[in-house]
Design a protein around this ligand. Structure first.
Ligand code: UDP
Length: 322
């Protein structure tokens, strides 16, 4: 069986589904602080557990025949991480240490870890490849980088097999509309734009229009959540031949204004917007070099058109289940 921590979260729930479709048996663990119980596929075993609770983790490994772990469980609000770093280091770093200890005690030696392009900080060059320097700008990014380093140390010392996947901007929803993004509070651009277009929010704030980009707004690499889920499935099969970190993005960037224009085209509606100051710590441009992921995993994003990605998110937004 595969243990998916954070299995009720956005990327976690799509990955649980992908693994089940591939014929794997899955235990999805989540503390449900930000996750949604309804997001967990009924074919998975669900366990309500928190990484802070070492005893629950031990019991989990004693109860189920777990061969490998896909580890998503983490707090992921950058702004909150600046205000409450302790919360982030305890959950994201100490929680991961507890998980690794339970794995070692149970003799489980394989993990795929959910890392982030937030580990890079301000880009020195683009697109960002795996050897780009890592100088994260906030405690969230530093918590993810700390776990990457811990995994490398555990690999050297204990032979742990791991792959850390650094996502750029996860976006979109399951093509069949059954799963999607549901953060409370929502801070991400695409859902906020779609909520404004659905009439649920008044207007979208464009954070900065004086960046050195094609239209002055920030450029990000939006990668479809089902493509990310597929990368985790592939990574589970590759921990015997590769150990290390891989960047996951489409390689193509879209600006905030381009996202808004694409969403307007998909929905046939006009999005109310207003300019707002830059958000602290936002680089002008982030795009991924995905060549290594293609080479190691044989991974190629199927969604390469931002309009298509937004179409799946709009389908979810208008028929949300949770
Ligand atoms: N953004 C924006 N208005 C918002 C939310 C986000 O202009 O209400 C911008 C943000 O500055 C960034 C991009 O949209 O350049 C994507 O932000 P998001 O929070 O979705 O993801 P992040 O890049 O922070 O992971």
């Amino acid at each position: 069986m595969i243990l998916v921590t954070g299995g009720a979260g956005y990327i976690g729930s799509h990955t649980v589904r992908r693994l089940l479709d591939d014929g794997r048996q899955v235990v999805a663990a989540d503390n449900l602080i930000y996750g949604h119980r309804q997001a967990v596929d009924a074919r998975a075993v669900f366990v309500h557990a928190d990484l802070a609770d070492k005893y629950s983790l031990q019991r989990l490994f004693a109860t189920y025949p777990i061969e490998a772990v896909v580890h998503f469980a983490a707090f992921a609000y950058v702004g909150e991480s600046m205000a409450e770093p302790e919360k982030y280091y305890l959950n994201n770093v100490a929680g991961s240490l507890n998980l690794l200890a339970a794995m070692r005690a149970a003799g489980v030696g394989k993990i795929v870890f959910s890392s982030s392009c937030a580990t890079f900080g301000e880009p020195a060059y683009l697109p960002i490849d795996e050897s780009h320097p890592q100088n994260p700008l906030n405690p969230y990014g530093r918590s993810k980088l700390a776990v990457e380093k811990i995994l490398a140390d555990y690999h050297r010392a204990y032979g742990l097999k791991y792959i850390a996947l650094r996502y750029f901007n996860a976006a979109g929803a399951a093509a069949d509309g059954s799963l999607g993004e549901s953060h409370r509070p929502e801070t991400h651009l695409i859902p906020l734009v779609l909520q404004a277009l659905a009439g649920r929010d008044k207007s979208v704030k464009i954070f900065g229009n004086d960046y050195d980009t094609q239209d002055g707004t920030c450029v990000r690499d939006y990668v479809h959540v089902e493509d990310l889920a597929e990368a985790h499935r592939l990574a589970l099969e590759k921990t015997d031949v590769f150990c290390g970190c891989l960047n996951l993005g489409t390689g193509v960037g879209a600006s905030v204004k381009e996202i808004i224009a694409a969403a307007e085209e998909v929905t046939g509606r006009l999005c109310p917007t207003e300019y707002a100051p830059r958000r602290p710590g936002d680089p002008a441009r982030l795009t991924a070099d995905n060549k290594k992921a293609a080479q190691v995993l044989g991974w190629r994003p199927r969604y390469t058109d931002i309009g298509e990605i937004i179409r799946t998110a709009w389908n979810w937004e208008t028929n949300r289940k949770y």
